[in-house]
Design a protein around this ligand. Structure first.
Ligand SMILES: [Ca+2]
Ligand SMILES: [Ca+2]
Length: 238
């Protein structure tokens, strides 16, 4: 195992009532064992090194699965491992490629997804549910990260979207201010064929939220099998 890099993020997990091994990021590392949270009060936080497994999302940046040229867009039934669920809405997946298309550069690479796709290529509606099925370890924790931005400023509904993991709503996305926002969520693995989906709010006006840079990584108990580590922060929430 080789720890390749360290990313600093603020990862907030409630650990009330749990045992947690705490390792700070000094060299040499010091280890503190918190046997219980009885001496911690609401609002108290600790930082520790969290090891992560490899990213298991395929094509999470939407760079593959289409043959778009620079500053082109189109609507697809699937792009790589991402598929449109037409039982939600009769909409395909719109991908925009280029740094100067759709009034916002991608947050990663050259391509991004727009939730409110154009109703073309045979689709009658425009707001898409896009999903990917991944294999996760049942009941294990994973960190889900992605970037979201509205396309339209000053509209309280048209950019809205929801995120579901294994059928559970895990985030509601909306904003009236254009610009990428990074989301970091902890989700629970649900075994083989776990479904991750993103649903655009149905108004079918062909403009809506943008999505890019989706990753899903297992929270590892220790460095064995990990591919990177982050400095995480746990706080007593209640
Ligand atoms: Ca991208
Ligand atoms: Ca819309």
């Amino acid at each position: 195992m080789k720890v390749q890099n360290i990313i600093i993020i603020a990862l907030v997990i409630s650990f009330a009532g749990c045992k947690k091994e705490v390792i700070d990021n000094t060299q040499p590392p010091t280890t503190i064992i918190v046997n219980d949270s009885s001496d911690l009060e609401s609002g108290d936080c600790i930082e520790y090194t969290q090891y992560l497994g490899q990213n298991i999302i395929q094509n999470g940046s939407f760079e593959e699965g289409h043959n778009l040229g620079n500053n082109q867009w189109n609507v697809f039934d699937h792009v790589g491992a991402w598929y449109a669920d037409t039982t939600y809405n009769d909409a395909g997946i719109e991908i925009q490629k280029g740094q100067n298309i759709g009034d916002l550069a991608p947050s990663d690479g050259d391509s991004k997804l727009e939730f409110d796709a154009h109703n073309k290529n045979g689709y009658s509606a425009s707001d898409v549910e896009v999903y990917q099925v991944v294999d996760t370890d049942d009941a294990e924790d994973y960190i889900l990260t992605f970037d979201y931005s509205p396309r339209i400023a000053g509209n309280e509904k048209t950019n809205a979207a929801e995120v579901y993991f294994d059928g559970n709503l895990v985030a509601s996305l909306n904003s009236e201010v254009k610009g990428w926002q990074k989301y970091t969520l902890i989700v629970k693995g649900a075994g083989n064929a776990t479904r991750l989906s993103f649903k655009g709010y149905i108004d079918n006006d062909t403009v809506g939220g943008y999505l890019d840079n989706i990753k899903l990584k297992k929270l590892m108990d220790n460095a064995e099998g990990a591919t990177e580590s982050i400095v995480a922060k746990s706080c007593v929430l209640e």
